[in-house]
Structures are given as C-alpha cells and as structure tokens.
Design a protein around this ligand. Structure first.
Ligand code: CU
Length: 114
C-alpha cells in the first residue's frame, strides 16, 4: 500500500516537473548573436538561435563578474563588469550554458541551426 502510494506520488511529481520544463523550453529563441547580462544575474535573451558558423557575443552590463560556460565543457569565459566574451558555434545543435558563479539562476541556451 505504502509503496504504491509513493509510486503514485512520484509519478505526479515527475509529471509536474515535466510540464514545467515544457513551458520553459517552449519559449521561442530570439534570432540574435548578442546576449546582454543586464542587472541582475540574468542573460537576455535567455534563449537565442543562430545559423552555424556564428560567433555569439555576451556583454556583461551587470555590476558583478559573471561567466559563460557551455554545459559539458571546462571552458569558462569570465567577464568582469563591462567585459565581453565570444564563442563560435560551427556545429548545429542545442547548447546549454551557465554562469559558473551563479549556477542556480543564470542559465541560457544557444540553438545553432544549419
Ligand atoms: Cu553570474
């Protein structure tokens, strides 16, 4: 009985998380190669789309030091206030990235199309 109830609860919890994830990823990426870091602790736009071969530039317009690091890589681009960072995207795909200093609230996505 208890196990069955736990499984049912887990199923509901997973469904809620999946639905929330769906809503977040449903946001249409903005077609731009420029991402700004306005005050405070965020990427704008959060989700962008570029053609393969594009160099994306992040500009730190916040008062704090941030970074851009593609998920699954150890390459961290640190930006002090006023500094920029650029990454070239040659291969189509979806690239998630984070600020390594503020991993909880600073996440973004670059979608590279052929
Ligand atoms: Cu940050």
């Amino acid at each position: 009985m208890n196990i069955r109830r736990s499984v049912a609860f887990l199923f509901v919890a997973v469904a809620i998380v999946a639905a929330a994830g769906c809503t977040a990823s449903a946001a249409t990426p903005v077609k731009t190669s420029a991402v700004t870091l306005p005050r405070s602790y965020r990427f704008a736009p959060v989700s962008i789309e570029v053609p393969a071969g594009t160099t994306v530039t992040w500009t730190n317009a916040d008062n704090f030091t941030h970074s851009v690091a593609l998920t699954g890589t150890s390459d961290v681009h640190v930006m002090k206030p006023g500094e920029t960072a650029s990454i070239a995207f040659d291969q189509p795909g979806t690239y998630a990235y984070i600020c390594t200093f503020h991993t909880q609230n600073m996440k973004g996505t670059v979608t590279v199309v052929p």
